[in-house]
Structures are given as structure tokens and as C-alpha cells.
Write a new protein. Structure first.
Length: 176
């Protein structure tokens, strides 16, 4: 929880603690740094101790998933822009980062993820649920995130490429 990169570094270098040690959920110190937005510790683990920012937990969460689920937008930005982490990965339930940000009503995280253009706002999880639908079911009445998602979904559905793809699909169905 605390942002103490010097303590983390001392434990690793002086006391030979494993920086990628895992708990029973296969979470590492890096996952916890991302979860709590401990940026200096996160950077220390990645830069100085070569921790893999794309390591998976048992549920196939990466540091990105933890950051999205807890609304750590600066952590998301760093991992995506500086570490080239893949924001399109889904967990074992098919939830992407946008599903997780919406479930926690983290509007700034959702907005950032949408603005990257790397996540499809209409992507459905294994339960055939879009982020807006997933967020709606967990939002406790907060509609700001849902409205943002629906706006992006509408923009996406009205884009030229989607129009062409829809026309091709309709043509394919007529041919069959």
C-alpha cells in the first residue's frame, strides 16, 4: 500500500528477497504496486529489478487489470505508454480493462482507456456483456461511466469501417 521504493529495493538487493515472489493468488509485489497506485515502487520493480509488468495472476490479471479495477489512471498510462503493455488482454472471465474500470465506476480510467483507441467499447465478455452493460449492473446508480461508454459505442458503430463490415456481412448472408 505504501509507496516505498527504497524499502523494496533494499529488501531485494540486501536481503535477496525475490521481487517476483507470488502469493496463493499468484500476485506479485508489482501487482500490489499497481493496485494501490504506488508509482515509484512500480517503476523501481520494473526498471531496477526487471519485474515483468505483464506477469499474470491465477485469474490472468496483469498489473494493468489491477490498475483499471482500482482506478489508477497514472499507473495505466505508465504501463501502456512507457512499458508497451497490451491493454486488450482479458481475464479468465473474458473481462477486459474497460469492464473492470466500469465495474468500479472509475470514469477517468475508462475515459483514458477509450481515448487510447486500443480497446473496443462494444467488446463482450464470455457472458456476452459489453462494458456498459457490465458497468450498469455494478454501478450502484452512477450513470456517468455508462453514458461515456454508450457514447463511444455509438461513435464506433457509426464509423466508416463498421458500416463497410456490416454491409459485407449482410452481403455474405445474402450469398449463402
Amino acid at each position: 500500500k505504501n509507496n516505498w521504493p527504497d524499502v523494496a529495493s533494499t529488501l531485494i538487493t540486501k536481503y535477496h528477497c525475490n521481487p517476483e515472489a507470488i502469493n496463493n493468488r499468484k500476485s506479485t509485489p508489482l501487482h500490489y504496486a499497481a493496485r494501490y497506485g504506488s508509482m515509484e515502487t512500480l517503476k523501481c520493480l520494473i526498471i531496477e529489478h526487471d519485474c515483468d509488468p505483464m506477469s499474470f495472476t491465477r485469474n490472468e490479471w496483469t498489473a494493468l487489470h489491477w490498475a483499471a479495477s482500482t482506478g489508477q489512471v497514472d499507473t495505466l498510462r505508465y504501463l501502456i505508454e512507457s512499458c508497451n503493455c497490451d491493454p486488450s488482454l482479458c481475464d479468465t472471465k473474458g473481462h477486459n480493462l474497460l469492464h473492470l474500470a466500469c465495474a468500479g465506476n472509475h470514469i477517468e480510467s475508462a475515459r483514458y482507456l477509450l481515448q487510447t483507441g486500443l480497446i473496443d467499447p462494444a467488446f463482450t465478455c464470455i457472458w456476452d456483456c459489453k462494458p456498459s452493460e457490465w458497468g450498469q449492473s455494478t454501478s450502484n446508480g452512477n450513470t456517468e461511466t455508462i453514458e461515456l461508454l454508450k457514447y463511444y459505442e455509438e461513435c464506433r458503430m457509426n464509423s466508416p469501417i463498421d458500416t463497410v463490415v456490416t454491409e459485407w456481412r449482410e452481403l455474405d448472408l445474402r450469398i449463402l
